[in-house]
Design a protein. Sequence first.
Length: 93
Amino acid sequence: MVTQVRASHILVKNEDEAKKIKELIDNGKNFGELAKQNSTCPSGKKGGDLGWFKHGQMVRPFEKTAFNMKKGQVSEPVKTQFGWHIIKLVDTK
């Protein structure tokens, strides 16, 4: 059972922007570079890296998505009270 995940994300203000970035990733653009260029979260400076987290540490929609992904997978845009996230699952343990 997965008890922790390590994820990166790109946080943007609206769904259209999130969809455009997801399309760039799907077409081979580097996730970390896009995070540095586009993310409004301070983690963007580190390529979106959020480090390791357990259940209960992130807002529910974000956590639910992250814990249901496969390693290396990039999510469709996820809406939270902070904006729109594109999540990349880096690792699990």
